[in-house]
Design a protein around this ligand. Sequence first.
Ligand SMILES: Cc1cc2nc3c(=O)[nH]c(=O)nc-3n(C[C@H](O)[C@H](O)[C@H](O)COP(=O)(O)OP(=O)(O)OC[C@H]3O[C@@H](n4cnc5c(N)ncnc54)[C@H](O)[C@@H]3O)c2cc1C
Length: 408
Amino acid sequence: MSKQLIVIGGGAAGFFCAVNAARMDRSLKVTIIEKSNKLLTKVKVSGGGRCNVTHACFDIAEMSKRYPRGQHFVKKTFHQFFTTDTINWFEERGVKLKTEDDGRMFPVTDFSQTIIECLLKEANKYGVEVLMSKEVKNLSMVDGQWLIKFSDSRLQTSDYVCIACGGYPKSSMFDWLKELGHTIEEPVPSLFTFNLPKHPIIKLMGVSVEKTKIKIQNSKLEEEGPLLITHWGLSGPAVLRLSAWGAREIKTKNYELKININWLPDYNEETLRKKIQELRNTNASQKIINKNSFGLPSRLWEFFTEQSGIKNEWRWADLPSTEQNKLIKNLCSYECEVRGKTTFKEEFVTAGGIKLNEVDANTMMSKKVTNLFFAGEVLDVDGITGGFNFQHAWTSGFVAAKSILKNK
Ligand SMILES: Cc1cc2nc3c(=O)[nH]c(=O)nc-3n(C[C@H](O)[C@H](O)[C@H](O)COP(=O)(O)OP(=O)(O)OC[C@H]3O[C@@H](n4cnc5c(N)ncnc54)[C@H](O)[C@@H]3O)c2cc1C
């Protein structure tokens, strides 16, 4: 009798586990169960429809630093299947990836459908059965076999189960996994942008600054990087990274925070004061509003001069010390009150999920129950933006497939 593997979830992690297991052992009967009537939906919409498959980082220690949760776990799993393996895996199947300046990797077609078609073709080639509109309600072990119950009350048995059901926004949605003896880290949103309702800065929507430093008051959280002003508040890599690293802490503050932005992170208040003194000497007769020597977008420079009470006709030599102090404060430590968050549409993830000390990172097998495996976002692993979440999905799916075969 051939053995059977049931994979719960038709997303990136589920497909990667299923197609690799079926390819590595042709005698294994592999079935993907998907509750919706669509497959690989997040792959489809990811990266603005281009699918940011992975990140061009080729050092495991460096790569693992991009995971606010699960850093030590991925350090182990990446030893078995890393970014180079992802690149080769897709290339061997005719999908070439390219790298953008910031390290994100996409299919050269710039079309997520290329990744979907590759995975579907692979599933077809190795006879993976795919059942849609079928939701798993619970699992139990009966006489050494898994008994899987569906929402329509039908039952099915299997030798191995891999749970790749993705993240759930509410803790209660994990109840069927808790019944297996697993503990859940409370799910919270990660990768969101900051709302600044009615704040004067939002009139500068569309302005972006390449290098900024944002700090959350009364916290150790701070991030450096590009910042974008939107019509609702602040976005861009620095904000998204801050939201990922601070996902839990920011939730406890109910998304109400005071932040300070340094728009010129190469300066602090003291060094900026010296620089401004220099400008007063060298540009004495020039109008402050016209002489933006810091390379800031001109709309932002004008905004800060206005916010600091500097009149349009003032020249550097006229700058009184009160207004100079205000300008220094605004440039180095601009205070904003965040009131709420907006989910980042490009790459949203949930932090939380199956507690990592209950899963063996070398095999992806549950330490609580035998022949039960996990892959993807259902685990308490999440990365910042840039292809890190998909890399974890590919890696964990692959490791689960490999160890299921070893377990046979
Ligand atoms: C809009 C968006 C864009 C993104 N862009 C990127 C990106 O460019 N790069 C990147 O690295 N990451 C990106 N991410 C994150 C990435 O998509 C996820 O981390 C990744 O898809 C997780 O894969 P998964 O297979 O674990 O889960 P999912 O893709 O969520 O798949 C899980 C599947 O399981 C099914 N399921 C759930 N419960 C059951 C059940 N009980 N029975 C049967 N089926 C069930 C679900 O319907 C779902 O189809 C993006 C996310 C979003 C939302």
